[in-house]
Design a protein around this ligand. Sequence first.
Ligand code: NDP
Ligand code: MG
Length: 396
Amino acid sequence: MSAPQQVCVLGATGSIGLSTLDVLARHPQRYSVFAITGHSRLAELEALCLAHRPRFAVVARDEQARHLQGALRAAGLDTRVLAGEPGLCEVAGHPEVDVVMAAIVGAAGLKPTLAAVQAGKRVLLANKEALVMSGALFMHEVQAHGAVLLPIDSEHNAIFQCMPGDYARGLEPVGVRRILLTASGGPFRETPLERLAEVSPEQACAHPNWSMGRKISVDSASMMNKGLELIEACWLFDASPSKVEVVIHPQSVIHSLVDYVDGSVLAQLGNPDMRTPIAHALAWPERIDSGVSPLDLFSIARLDFQAPDEQRFPCLRLARQAAEAGGSAPAMLNAANEVAVAAFLERRIRFTEIAVIIDEVLNREAATPVESLDVVLEADRRAREAAQAWLRGRAR
Ligand code: NDP
Ligand code: MG
């Protein structure tokens, strides 16, 4: 048996991070936890250090690092604690790391995820915002550094599994007509339109099928999540936006489909549990146990499909427009959305104002070509500033 692969889990305290640690712990001979990172949930990070005994842990600030370092030392651990973005990038690109789970939420994950890519790691991509922001640059770095990029988003993992075998070996996906990206429709799929302005953060975060972090839960309720996933699919599978169709499938059993020119449509099914795509990407091209119970088709009994309603879900339309505009538009869409979702979670705006803010920002700030990471970061900064200006105007 060869030595265990060393795994770095960026965003270990989150929903994807915890599911990843759960899968890793089922295979101690195969995987070893090299580094874990957290941001605000420090007590949870400390408990994870005690359970998994990583070589490194990363927190947000120096004083937090000192505090955690002291606590771990007192518990007899020699885990080294680092701080901030430099610490995240250091562990993501560490020479001893084989696999990096990129599961920080939002734009904060961009640089650490890129550090893993640039170090040529096997990168398990949950942090879709990183790819949405930097698209062509990100994919170029994957190629240039020989990184192996495997999608964790359940839909993209499903598409990856349904793509022709040659595709995974880097060849053109021959014969693919369309990608069918499934969406549950979230908690407000059938809420009367006039009530959407009044829904609370708690209602938005109560997803019918998936248990996830708060930001992606709100994105799922607005269907911005599907919009970001549309952009993510275009980059991962080298497809134009017109080749990606969104299909509402409320049961979340089919995780996505690939439609071929001969009329064959391949789908990947499974219980809605992120440990399936996580285990798939960890072990690919092999298969390992994920702890997910077998799919019971008899209890599911039926699978439904419907077209998305863009009047109900304007964020989906805005994301498709940004995908078609290209350049810095997706980075601005993402940044405006992050600011708007945070404001909604803080009860400063209505749910329906999320799309209003994004629309306003995209109208105000023209998209530019993206030649460098600096251009992406500048687009991100300007869009955040424009969204904040909207919020300030709203407060008056
Ligand atoms: P969570 O909110 O549960 O976790 C986010 C993680 O990122 C936490 O570890 C958090 O630390 C850390 N974090 C937050 N802000 C920062 C920051 N500024 N710097 C460094 N670390 C930070 O989110 P999820 O696990 O749900 O989602 C993670 C990513 O995976 C997202 O991009 C999401 O879109 C994607 N994804 C998630 C799915 C899911 O089922 N949950 C499905 C598909 C994709 P702390 O908690 O300590 O503050
Ligand atoms: Mg998804």
